[in-house]
Design a protein around this ligand. Structure first.
Ligand code: HGY
Ligand code: MN
Ligand code: MN
Ligand code: MN
Length: 403
């Protein structure tokens, strides 16, 4: 059975559409993502792959083989950012199933176990910490902290897991599972223009930019919009607006840095209410982890002084941090050997492959995105490139599956 990636992707094209924002909002363990988890299970069952949900809620579709260790795994995530594109995450899962079909058809499944994996909360869009599933698996986040993370409605990750039938008491490091893996290869839509400018459909990944998330809490004095004179205000919204501009200006002064405020939340958030506090979420990325740290320090200092000039205060807390990751060199050369002529590209986007990279040899493949846009509805992959991705993934996995 050789399936085409576009046909699998069209099966889920209606899941989690966000009419208000455009694009897709498939937040982890909400009905939309649970529907994608069902789709994952259906595709696995169609191929008689054994489905497993592990202690961290990671979905696995297993093809067991002669040896019980040294499993070769491919996959990605099903959750999305708010109003995201159709391909960020699910493309890596759909191509994985189609690559499996190709390997089975060519009798190339080899002697090692093979699995397709879907990691929960890669975007951190619901509970705030990116790659939450792979961080838990690798011990990169404390399980109690993870259980206590809450979404915008105050639902904890523990409650969301329990609601999906996953016992939150068991989340945490899974060293035995990590030891049983010999390679993880994640295929992902390219979130940039590299392949467009090179005129190629598929690239091999070599590094992931270090990145982190911080929350800046700006506190002032809540009050009535109509009875509070302008000179009597300590308005955290005004301070927050100045901080957002300062983030842009400070990042512009640092070559190669990227700093973004994509989310801001006044509390209580009424049109006729001067906010009492404003939450400002900061995303900073740079190839050097030291530069990221020093840029965040400059942003924090600027936030404090800008807040003070409005009679407010600003405090900064780190929410997550991922160092720059260089993928396993020998796995990368194996991927390059399987795809002669394919370019090698870095990425400014974080991935589970980056988190797993310190425990398992990991690599990535990127598929051309003709818009170069991601984390927005315009994200796109042409049908032929999607199938070229599955062909490339199968070609890369075949040698890894041979003992
Ligand atoms: O934020 C990222 O870079 C990834 O898409 N989670
Ligand atoms: Mn993403
Ligand atoms: Mn992604
Ligand atoms: Mn990812």
């Amino acid at each position: 059975m050789i399936t085409s990636v576009p046909s699998l992707m069209s099966d889920i094209s209606g899941v989690g559409r966000d009419r208000a924002r455009g694009g897709y909002s498939r937040f982890v363990l909400t009905p939309a993502e649970l529907e994608l988890r069902e789709w994952f299970g259906g595709e696995a069952a169609r191929r008689s792959l054994d489905v497993e949900v592990d202690r961290n809620g990671v979905l696995w579709a297993w093809h067991s083989a002669g040896s019980s260790t040294g499993a070769v795994v491919t996959g990605s995530h099903l959750d999305s950012v708010p109003g995201g594109g159709a391909f960020d995450g699910p493309l890596g899962i759909a191509t994985a199933f189609c690559a499996y079909d190709r390997l089975l058809n060519e009798g190339a499944l080899g002697d090692r176990p093979f699995a397709i994996a879907a990691f929960p909360e890669e975007e951190g869009a619901r509970f705030g910490v990116a790659c939450l599933g792979s961080r838990l698996m690798t011990g990169a986040i404390d399980p109690d902290r993870a259980r206590g993370l809450t979404d915008a409605d105050g639902v904890s990750y523990a409650e969301a897991l329990a609601g999906a039938g996953i016992d939150p008491r068991h989340i945490g490091p899974d060293p035995d599972r990590l030891k049983s893996l010999s390679a993880f290869v994640e295929l992902h839509v390219e979130q940039g223009r590299g392949l467009i400018d090179l005129g190629q459909p598929v690239a091999v990944g070599d590094a992931i930019l270090g990145h982190g998330r911080w929350r800046i809490t700006v506190r002032g004095q809540g009050n009535h919009a109509g009875t509070t004179l302008m000179d009597d205000r300590r308005d955290p919204m005004v301070a927050a607006a100045a901080i957002v501009v300062a983030v842009r200006d400070l990042a512009r002064q640092q070559p190669d840095a990227r700093a973004t405020v994509g989310r801001i939340q006044p509390v209580p958030g009424g049109t006729n209410v001067i906010a009492s506090r404003v939450e400002v979420w900061l995303d900073v990325r740079h190839p050097s982890d030291e530069v990221t740290a020093s840029l965040v320090a400059r942003i924090a200092a600027s936030a404090s002084s800008l807040a003070a000039s409005e009679g407010c205060t600003a405090s900064v807390t780190e929410e997550s941090l991922s160092p720059t990751v260089h993928f396993d060199a020998s796995l990368r050369s194996s991927l390059c050997a399987a795809l002669p002529g394919a370019p090698v590209l870095g990425t400014g986007a974080g991935h589970d492959a980056g988190v797993l990279g310190s425990h398992v040899p990991t690599g990535m493949l990127f598929v051309r995105n003709p818009t170069g846009i991601s984390h927005a509805p315009e994200e796109h992959v042409e049908d032929d490139d999607a199938d070229a991705g599955a062909d490339a993934l199968a070609r890369c996995l075949a040698p890894l599956l041979r003992v």
